[in-house]
Design a binder for this molecule. Structure first.
Ligand code: ACO
Length: 335
């Protein structure tokens, strides 16, 4: 993939997770589960949960300010804000508009994008198109979720998996030869039933009946999603690497969606990639859907695991079903 006019890449990252920690031992007191089961089946040890006053825009706002500071930009320099989320503050206005007001990005257009756990990578792709064509200069891309609000805390099959958080990245013009080398996105609406939230939309508006039937919570066929995830994570990463015109051996860091360590290891095996190249933080945060990849990216950058010139591959999958991946040559110094 050749940029049309300008090289575009990420020039700053930021993230925020709520202070409140829920450990596996805490969950043992709520549902019939065990730390041993959760750790061995998922790799998750704890997750962060919002307090009663916090919503997705609050998490997004903190992550956004941190990313702007890292990029050395003022909020007024932002042309567009995209928030990827399946847990917006409300149906409308968009969470992106709320963030725009919170940070004072007065010149910025703003919209939300929904592609479940693939949302942040979908949003990065959209941002890249605007910057590469010269239409916009600086775009704030946020992946943020309050999954605890749509989790059924009585369902042990799902409540052990999820957490809340937000991550952000600033997409801008970068030195030629750096930035996005490739993008890949896909969807299979035929698999939509395996991962969804049925009520609260125009098909099944909120009612006493939908609440009684617990249709406002995440519904998931875990084993179907698991099989899909291992296959698609490997093939989507391979596709982005091929489109970037490099080889697997040239990848310095892989930032995968953080759903389950067994999914990540399964994908790594298919890719024949050592775990030392793969960034994992799901033990601390669980699956934060659209926030997982940007939080992991920010932590990888800040811990010095990603350096200028590194080839970084990000890959994710999620409800829809959807998947997305990309490769970037990291464009900024991280020391
Ligand atoms: N504690 C103890 N036992 C449990 C728990 C639990 N928390 N959850 C399920 N079990 C039991 C099941 O009831 C089942 O018991 P049974 O054999 O007596 O019926 C047994 O453990 C095995 O259950 P499986 O579902 O086969 O367990 P599996 O190894 O597949 O792991 C898991 C389940 C972790 C959900 C896995 O399938 C998975 O990670 N799937 C992908 C999930 C995912 O990535 N989702 C993305 C969602 S992102 C989004 O868009 C919001």
């Amino acid at each position: 993939m050749k940029p049309v006019l300008f090289s575009s890449g990420i020039i700053g990252t930021g993230s925020y997770v709520p202070e409140k920690v829920i450990t596996n031992q805490d969950l043992e007191k709520i549902v019939n589960t065990s730390d041993e089961w959760i750790t061995s089946r998922t790799g998750i040890r704890e997750r962060r949960i919002v307090n009663d006053e916090q919503a997705t825009s609050d998490l997004s706002t903190i992550a956004a300010k941190r990313a702007l500071e890292d990029a050395g930009l003022n909020a007024e320099e932002i042309d567009l804000i995209i928030v990827a989320t399946i847990t917006p503050d409300m149906s409308f206005p968009s969470t992106a508009c709320i963030v725009q007001n919170n940070i004072g990005a007065v010149r910025g257009a703003a919209f939300d994008l929904e592609a479940a756990c693939s949302g942040f990578l979908y949003a990065l792709n959209v941002a890249n198109q605007f910057v590469a064509t010269g239409f916009y200069k600086n775009i704030l891309v946020i992946g943020a979720e309050c999954l605890s609000r749509i989790t059924n805390w009585k369902d042990r099959r799902t409540c052990i998996l999820f957490g809340d958080g937000a991550g952000a990245a600033v997409v801008s013009r970068v030195e030629e030869g750096y930035g996005f080398l490739s993008h890949y996105m896909g969807a299979d609406g035929n698999g939509g039933d395996s991962l969804n939230l049925k009520a609260g939309g125009s098909r099944l508006p909120a009612s006493m009946a939908t609440i009684e039937q617990e249709l406002h919570y995440i519904h998931m066929d875990g084993s179907e999603v698991f099989k899909f995830a291992v296959r698609i994570m490997a093939s989507a990463a391979e596709e982005a690497i091929k489109r970037a015109g490099i080889t697997k051996e040239q990848i310095d860091s892989l930032i995968p969606h953080q759903a389950n360590i067994r999914i990540i290891k399964g994908a790594a095996k298919r890719l024949n990639l050592g775990m030392d190249k793969i960034f994992v933080n799901l033990d601390h945060y669980g699956n934060m859907s659209a926030a997982s990849i940007p939080v992991a990216l920010d932590e990888a950058v800040r811990s010095g695991k990603i350096r200028k010139g590194d080839n970084v591959c990000m890959v994710g999958f999620g409800g829809g079903l959807t998947w997305a991946s990309n490769v970037l040559k990291w464009a900024v110094d991280t020391e």
